[in-house]
Design a protein around this ligand. Sequence first.
Ligand code: IMP
Ligand code: MG
Length: 190
Amino acid sequence: MYKDIEKTYYTEEALKAIVKRLGAEISEDYKDKNLLLVSILKGSVVFMADLMREITVPCEIDFMCVSSYGNKTENTSGTVRILKDLDSDIAGKDILLVEDILDSGRTLSYVISVLKTRNPRSIRICTLLDKAERRTVDIKADYRGTDVPDEFVVGYGLDFAEKYRNLPYIGVLKKEIYSETKERESGEQE
Ligand code: IMP
Ligand code: MG
């Protein structure tokens, strides 16, 4: 796995510092609120596990799974589907959506439109990474770990074709890994 990485963007130490800062900001803002952290599966699972332990005010957690890109590095169709909905009633709750990366913004924009109909008190976004230059819908993160350039990154929960989520840091894959997978995919279609 490690040999497939071209370069490291954020080391474990750098990520720890980012998550600590976000946790402190959130803890300050949600002192007298009814905080419900909603992790968008699967990419945010590592971030969520670390972030919730940096939050010092009471909170609940829940999970939602929306359709991913499959083996592609871009969501060309732009469609989003709910694969697993929340377990809890969110009426009156202060929702904080926890996301690994905000890219086009379509996923969260769809999730927010669905959750708004359930009468939460508030909905905000906390994203670890922000690829702001790729945004196609008007959406901004309320809490942002760091900006990331327009490159496909993996690790710390983020995947390529479901792999590399368990990499403890964030990096970019070697070019041949993407092209090998593409070749295999087109071969399978024959
Ligand atoms: P959006 O709907 O375009 O904002 O897509 C957001 C989702 O796409 C994220 O939650 C990730 O699962 C996935 N994604 C976007 N960029 C990357 C990347 O560079 N690496 C891995 N997954 C990504
Ligand atoms: Mg994701």
